[in-house]
Ligand binder design. Structure first.
Ligand SMILES: Nc1ncnc2c1ncn2[C@@H]1O[C@H](COP(=O)(O)OP(=O)(O)O)[C@@H](O)[C@H]1O
Ligand SMILES: [Mg+2]
Length: 198
């Protein structure tokens, strides 16, 4: 955890030459306007969690920690620009659960399924979904059965048809590294953040 700088602020970090980090309130790139959702207590220390990942391995280390906290049925949105680290994070989760094969980005297939660590996981990449209705026609709704773990890149493409997220993870590209922010929308999500902070 040496290079994992944890913060609870909702602001954008600007690395300083001395290694410290300054913050502004400007929304991060890829961050959705209006975050966190209205009604979600920003004073709730378990609702939000943010830190700076200096390199890919730091992102993978966080994914590894989150992997141990996943429960059947949890829904996680992964937001951020292309190349921000969403698929890298999913690879970290799957590898931590024991998956040794490739983790390919399901850009054209929209979804890849995995069985690892006793969990069924569905990794969605909806970037190339043209119409939200595809979520229905592809039968994805039926997969939301309380058991499958959903990891969804570009959830906004499915609009309100995708199941609501317990946890949203927002990746922002910085000059050197990534800002990764977690937002909990449910008690399940808050529990993940609570345990990540321990
Ligand atoms: N801190 C970091 N975390 C994650 N990826 C990083 C980081 N620094 C550099 N990278 C690189 O950025 C790219 C992220 O790609 P990917 O995970 O496919 O992004 P996305 O799925 O968001 O489009 C990879 O090439 C990875 O090596
Ligand atoms: Mg991706």
């Amino acid at each position: 955890m040496a290079n994992l700088i944890m913060k609870t602020a909702m602001s954008v970090p600007h690395p300083n030459p001395d290694g410290t980090t300054s913050h502004s309130t400007k929304p991060a790139s890829g961050q959705v306007a209006g975050y966190p959702p209205k009604g979600e207590g920003t004073n709730d220390r378990c609702a939000n969690f943010a830190f700076f990942a200096a390199d890919e391995n730091t992102t993978l280390a966080l994914a590894q920690r989150l992997a141990t906290l996943l429960k059947p049925g949890i829904v996680i949105y992964l937001r951020g620009d292309l190349g921000a680290g969403k698929t890298t994070f999913v690879r970290g989760v799957l590898n931590a659960l024991g998956h040794t094969g490739r983790v390919k980005s399901p850009t054209y297939t929209l979804v890849e399924s995995y069985h690892a660590g006793g969990l069924n996981l569905l990794h969605f990449d909806l970037y190339r979904m043209h119409d939200a209705e595809e979520w229905e026609s592809a039968g994805f709704r039926d997969e939301f059965d309380g058991r499958n773990v959903f990891l969804i890149e570009w959830p906004e493409k499915a609009q309100e048809l995708a199941p609501p997220a317990d946890l949203e993870i927002v990746f922002s590209i910085l000059a050197h590294g990534r800002q990764i922010e977690l937002h909990a929308n449910t008690e399940t999500g808050r529990q993940c953040i609570r345990l990540l902070k321990e």
